[in-house]
Write a protein that binds this ligand. Structure first.
Ligand SMILES: [Zn+2]
Length: 316
């Protein structure tokens, strides 16, 4: 059972003594030996024992799990990925991040590369690179983009390690990590490396799921789906910020709420206490715009949105 043969160590602060269980069941944990705990020193929430398995990602395990648990067809996942990629591009402007025609952008853990493809399409003269550990994913992504008439970005199979950082010190205008940080065994180390490769006037943009999403409190089913074997860390606004400052104590850190899924999906979780099904609401329509806009703005303002978006910059 949990904890018997493992000793606790906080991924963020290294505390080995005090922790409090916050979730007893973890989605995908076949052996039933994982729980989620909050560190008694820094309040970071993480799996215990932590799990990180590169082979799982190489075989496209998380996407296969989404298909399995939600019945979402792969086609819908790809369609949603294109919507998500476009929104990510549009969001830079809202956050004062300057995009230029000849910028160098690196997307870390970019998966199929849809975001990279979206950026390459919008900025044909820019140098857009997707760094992704799974060769399988880059190959699937290249095929999908070709079928949709999108020119794929440059793919590089690998991870951001010290060697990569040494070879690319201060060269990127923008470095992005979309839903990557929650998967890795050393979030502080990864953010530190990412800041090393950002230009002096560049920006590191990080998005993660939000532990303070209010749906976690309002739907037990949603809560049970939120804690999963793929996610080693669960960031709140406060722990995401403190993790960033541990990685680079001089960095200027901005934190925003970002709501990915629509209000019908939210209602569905709360009212029926189960997922909306194969095609969750991402809200692309205009029919209920006023309601959606008000709800979304409020959720983001209160930092109870389903995701958090963080921008790190070098000090001026
Ligand atoms: Zn800690």
């Amino acid at each position: 059972m949990q904890g018997k043969s493992y000793s606790f160590s906080c991924l963020i602060c290294g505390n080995k003594d005090k922790y409090t269980p916050v979730q007893e069941t973890i989605l995908g944990d076949q052996k039933g030996e994982m729980i989620a705990v909050e560190c008694g020193e820094c309040a970071h929430t993480q799996l215990f024992p932590p799990q990180y398995d590169v082979a799982f990602y190489e075989s496209d395990g998380q996407v296969n799990n989404v298909v399995k648990h939600y019945g979402t067809p792969q086609k819908t996942l790809f369609d949603h990925s294109f919507i998500e990629a476009r929104r990510r591009r549009e969001r830079f402007g809202d956050r004062g991040i300057r995009l230029s025609e000849n910028m160098k952008l690196l997307d870390i853990g970019g998966g199929y590369g849809f975001f990279g493809g979206e950026m390459a399409r919008s900025f044909p003269n820019a140098e857009i690179t997707v760094l992704e550990p799974s060769q399988t994913r880059t190959e699937i992504g290249a095929v999908q983009m070709a079928e949709n008439g999108i020119r794929p970005p440059q793919f590089q199979v690998g991870v951001l390690d010290q060697d990569f950082a040494d070879r690319n010190r201060g060269v990127f205008d923008i470095v992005t990590m979309w839903h990557v940080l929650e998967h890795v065994p050393d979030p502080v180390g990864l953010l530190n490396l990412a800041m090393q490769i950002v230009k002096p006037d560049g920006a590191l943009c990080v998005e993660v799921p939000n532990l303070h999403d209010d749906t976690i409190m309002l739907s037990e089913a949603f809560r049970n789906r939120s804690f999963m074997e793929e996610h080693v860390s669960y960031f709140s606004p406060a722990t995401l910020r403190s993790t960033a400052l541990r990685a680079d104590r001089d960095a200027a850190v901005e934190l925003y709420g970002y709501q990915r899924y629509g209000i019908f999906n939210y209602f569905h979780w709360i009212h029926f206490n189960k997922p909306q099904g194969a095609s969750p609401d991402l809200f692309e329509g205009q029919d209920r715009f006023w309601l959606e806009a008000h709800w979304r703005t409020e959720k983001e303002h209160r930092l109870t949105s389903d995701a958090l978006f963080m921008v790190m910059r070098h000090p001026a």
